[in-house]
Write a protein of this length. Structure first.
Length: 591
């Protein structure tokens, strides 16, 4: 007796491949199979008897004795693969990237009581006590709880503040031994709390009772490569194969989550006081180091009293570019042809786009001149101006920061400052220029600006200042009046009208390569394939990439669910052929 195995290979391919084998294998077992001129690993997803003679290759090797993931995870992989038009074999690899972990075994779904779906809004402190109580109830009932957070520092902070006995951390860079320990705890029957970043959202659990996604609107909860899934969405997809309660929490909600109220989710607003808030009109203020005179005095006074101040400025580096005053030369990236940003403390010029860098020692590369006109100032230059006036206790915090002075009382940083290590114990917080995010060309820019203000406030500083050149912008009134629900209602209406998420789906389809004519002919084929489908096609947008390649992109819009279905259909039927030039991003982080 021989069997036919249908296998999803871990390659960017959209159909299953059939192989023969002398033995019946369990579904979800991994095998090594011949593919093209080489071999690939794949997942067995269908087994049937070989009834008639077919010209099939045999599998090369059976990798697992038993399936590494529970069978519900095969269904989950199928759902994710469909929703993100991401190849099934690669999706399975994403769900189980760790070869050193033992098989999880089956999860038998118990019939459980009613599960709740809840949105929780409040300051960090009020969320902490709320979560602690709810988590405690689930753990006492012997169920497992997942708490998802944006940054590593959040994870450590919640773990120590919640301080439950059976707590396990889970993140990408965790040590093998610790991951094994956490995996075995997830396999076990008893209650336990798991705190982690995105990757935890797809870890199987026995007796999962509750998932909390905190700071649910944060962009740091999203994967940074294909498929660009947000942890909140991963949890909602996971719920299609499992039954557990969900809390989406934050200082404010994302428009997507707020829309869930209409689907019957409970909204709970936790009591708490707001910090003293002042909006500063930069047009009417005399300035010291980019700060209004009055704000500067407040920071100075705070420093004298030993109080901590955090200044958020969403621009990295010292200056966005520099230009020689003598010869007019502007140093540019040799890959991207865009001006390099100055990092004065490191003595380097860096490309904000591809990371290219070269050293810089205050002389012009072209004429040897010493005088430069500087582009828009970033956190480093703000910090150095403050140091000149207030002394050395001014630190810079950014994703790239390696040396950080923990004792600093004034911290200048990008949005990365929105985490406990920086914000705990802060007395004065301010946004140096809200206009930077407000006028970013994104359909989320107003929502993100508002989230930034609310997030700063949620760490409960005593005073909160926001500087802007457009104080009349409606976003600022919303925080003062705490009318975020009205704002999100209006925002959702707008998105519905303009056909944006959560009502419509977006996908960015790009062709990347060196030969532009070839790409253009491919683009033509692509457009032809998309014709007559329920998809709105915008573009193409042409870009030059860091490595010198050309990228031609189309932005696709379609009804939620429909766009994904149409795209998958085109890919599975070979109407759109996967190639090394083609990249499809469903729900792209930036549009
Ligand atoms: Zn570059
Ligand atoms: Zn020069």
């Amino acid at each position: 007796m021989r069997y036919v195995l249908d296998v999803a290979v871990e390659r960017p391919l959209y159909s299953l491949f059939s192989y023969s084998h002398y033995r019946k294998l369990d579904l979800g077992v991994r095998v090594k199979v011949p593919l093209g001129r080489g071999f690939s690993r794949g997942w067995v997803l269908k087994v049937s008897r070989l009834e008639e003679e077919r010209d099939l290759k045999s599998i090369d090797e059976v990798i697992d004795d038993s399936p590494p993931l529970p069978s519900t995870w095969l269904t989950l992989a199928q759902i994710i693969s469909q929703e993100y038009c991401y190849p099934l074999g690669l999706t399975l690899k994403l769900l189980f990237p760790y070869d050193y972990l033992p098989s999880f075994g089956e999860i038998t779904l118990k019939s459980v009581g009613e599960r709740f779906s809840r949105l929780v809004v409040g300051s960090r402190l009020s969320r902490l006590s709320y979560y602690r109580e709810v988590i405690g109830e689930f753990l006492a009932a012997g169920e497992k709880v997942i708490l998802l957070v944006p940054q590593l520092e959040d994870m450590e902070d919640w773990a120590s503040k919640l301080s439950f006995d059976n707590t396990f951390l889970w993140y990408s860079e965790i040590r093998r031994s610790e991951r094994k320990r956490a995996w075995n705890a997830a396999k076990g029957e008893g209650g336990a709390l798991f705190i982690g970043t995105f990757s935890l959202s797809l870890v199987p659990m026995r007796n999962l009772g509750l998932v909390i996604v905190d700071d649910e609107g944060s962009s740091y909860l999203r994967r940074l490569s294909l498929p660009y899934i947000h942890a909140r969405d991963a949890i909602l997809l996971r719920r299609r194969v499992e039954s557990f309660s969900v809390i989406l929490g934050g200082a404010i909600l994302s428009a997507e989550s707020f829309n869930l109220v209409k689907e019957g989710w409970d909204l709970e607003e936790l009591p708490g006081s707001k910090p003293k808030y002042r909006l500063i009109d930069l047009k009417r203020s005399s300035k010291v180091a980019f700060l209004s005179q009055s704000l500067f005095s407040k920071i100075k006074a705070n420093l004298k009293l030993g109080g901590k101040s955090v200044i958020l400025l969403n621009r990295k580096a010292y200056a966005s570019y520099l230009k020689c005053e003598e010869c007019g030369y502007i140093p540019k990236c040799s890959n991207c042809d865009i001006p390099l940003s100055l990092y004065r403390e490191e003595g380097k010029l860096k490309c904000p786009y591809c990371g290219y860098e070269r050293s810089f020692s205050d002389t012009c590369f072209n004429c040897g001149g010493y005088f430069f006109k500087l582009g828009s100032p970033g956190i480093e230059s703000l910090a150095s101006l403050l140091r000149r006036r207030l002394g050395s206790g001014v630190a810079v915090w950014d994703a790239e920061t390696e040396l950080f002075d923990e004792s600093a009382l004034i911290i200048v940083g990008t949005q990365r400052v929105l985490q406990p290590k920086i914000m705990n114990g802060v007395k004065l917080a301010c946004i140096a220029l809200a206009d930077l995010s407000l006028y970013k060309s994104s359909y989320r820019s107003e929502e993100e600006t508002l989230r930034m203000i609310y997030s700063l406030a949620s760490f409960s500083p005593e005073e909160l200042y926001v500087q802007t050149y457009v104080p009349e912008h409606p976003v600022f009134k919303i925080f003062r009046e705490d009318s975020w629900k009205e704002f999100l209602e209006a925002e959702l209406d707008k998105r519905k009208e303009l056909r944006y998420p959560p009502f419509y789906s977006l996908a960015l389809v790009s062709l990347k390569g060196k030969r532009e004519l070839f790409l253009m002919s491919k683009l033509k084929e692509l457009k032809l394939a998309l014709e007559g489908r329920a998809i709105e096609v915008l573009g193409p947008i042409r870009r030059v990439l860091p490595d010198g390649k050309i990228s031609l992109s189309l932005l696709l819009k379609g009804k939620k669910g429909e766009l994904e279905k149409e795209l998958c259909d085109l890919l599975e039927n070979g109407k759109i052929k996967p190639s090394k030039e083609l990249e499809i991003i469903v729900d792209p982080p930036e549009v």
